[in-house]
Design a protein around this ligand. Structure first.
Ligand code: SF4
Ligand code: SF4
Length: 316
């Protein structure tokens, strides 16, 4: 099975406008998916063996009524649903309980609350804690995720200590120079991975997910959504758009791309580099001294049109 999850970035509308947001979400944005767009793709996803729906944004809970109707269909096929939210709905205990009861009734199995030192400017940490406490009280799986970088701030330390003390399960991601994060001065301190480490073959776990962004683009991964300002089906990372193309056509394009997906899934972009090193170098490619993450190597190879014929040869 190539994908285990369908991941949808439901909207780029958000109650916050964090300085590091990789999708550039905010209150003034209004692009979104809809049940009419998502429900028709589910049968094909079922056939691919997908059994998980991950809903991110922006802030997807702004459209909870629409998520409830998607959820009722997804549950019929025995899927598991996880929603990523900034927790805005827990601004007081009463509201938090109302939302938690709706999540429970809709069969939403897990909620991941995102927070970090940038979020806190919009969503105070007390709200995050109310969200976590209320979800736990309603027996809904709950964890937190947050971004950190090499500039450890007092806010970061506070968040770390708080979650450790309260035994809240959490996952930590690195700040990324994509979307609005591209303009953050501290992003520069993230370029610390020397090129020799970039050549190590390690799996890319994000390719367990089939990803659809708020524009309806079906993309290789969610990070490419933040990296490239406007993607369309001419781009390597974009397989088509569910607003314009039939999902079967998109899936056929993805299937033709399976050899590359398999390489990156198992070995990361280093797998592509090692296989095509000579051809890439002949076409002018050279490794940088430092990277912020493996995705950077992926973007430098797959995101460059001049290497397209070389990388596509891996699918023949
Ligand atoms: S990082 Fe999360 S909470 Fe902040 S603007 Fe982006 S989607 Fe909203
Ligand atoms: S390594 Fe490539 S495919 Fe994997 S998440 Fe990064 S950009 Fe996407």
């Amino acid at each position: 099975m190539i994908f285990s999850s369908l991941s949808i970035s439901y909207t780029n509308k958000c109650t916050a406008a964090c300085a590091h947001c990789i999708v550039g979400a905010g209150p003034d944005k209004d692009e979104k998916l809809s049940p009419d767009l998502i429900l028709p793709v589910l049968p094909d996803c079922n056939q691919l063996g997908i059994k998980n729906l991950l809903v991110t944004g922006g802030e997807p809970i702004l459209y909870l009524d629409e998520l409830e109707s998607i959820s009722s269909e997804v549950l019929k096929s025995g899927w598991h649903i996880t929603i990523y939210s900034n927790g805005f709905w827990a601004d007081n205990e009463k509201n938090a309980a109302i939302y938690a009861a709706r999540f429970k009734k809709a069969g939403i199995n897990s909620i991941v609350i995102s927070t970090d030192r940038y979020h806190i400017d919009y969503i105070p940490f007390s709200i995050v804690q109310t969200a976590v406490d209320t979800l736990k009280a309603h027996d809904i799986n709950c964890s937190v995720m947050y971004m950190k970088d090499n500039v450890l701030s007092a806010k970061d330390l506070y968040i770390d200590q708080h979650f450790q003390k309260n035994k809240v399960s959490n996952s930590i991601y690195r700040l990324s120079p994509d979307g609005r994060g591209e303009h953050l001065p501290e992003v520069k301190s993230n370029y610390i991975i020397p090129k020799k480490n970039m050549l190590l073959k390690r799996p890319c776990h994000l390719l367990q997910q089939l990803f659809i962004n708020h524009d309806g683009n079906v993309l290789l991964c969610c990070t490419s959504s933040g990296r490239f300002k406007k993607l369309d089906s001419k781009d390597f990372y974009c397989f088509g758009n569910i607003k314009e193309d039939s999902f079967k056509t998109i899936l056929n394009k993805i299937k033709a791309f399976f050899p590359i997906i398999k390489i990156i899934k198992q070995e990361g972009p280093a797998g592509i580099y090692h296989r095509e090193k000579n051809e890439l170098e002949k076409a002018g490619f050279s490794l940088k001294e430092y990277y912020y993450a493996r995705c950077e190597l992926c973007f430098d190879i797959l995101g460059e049109q001049r290497y397209e014929e070389i990388t596509k040869s891996l699918c023949r």
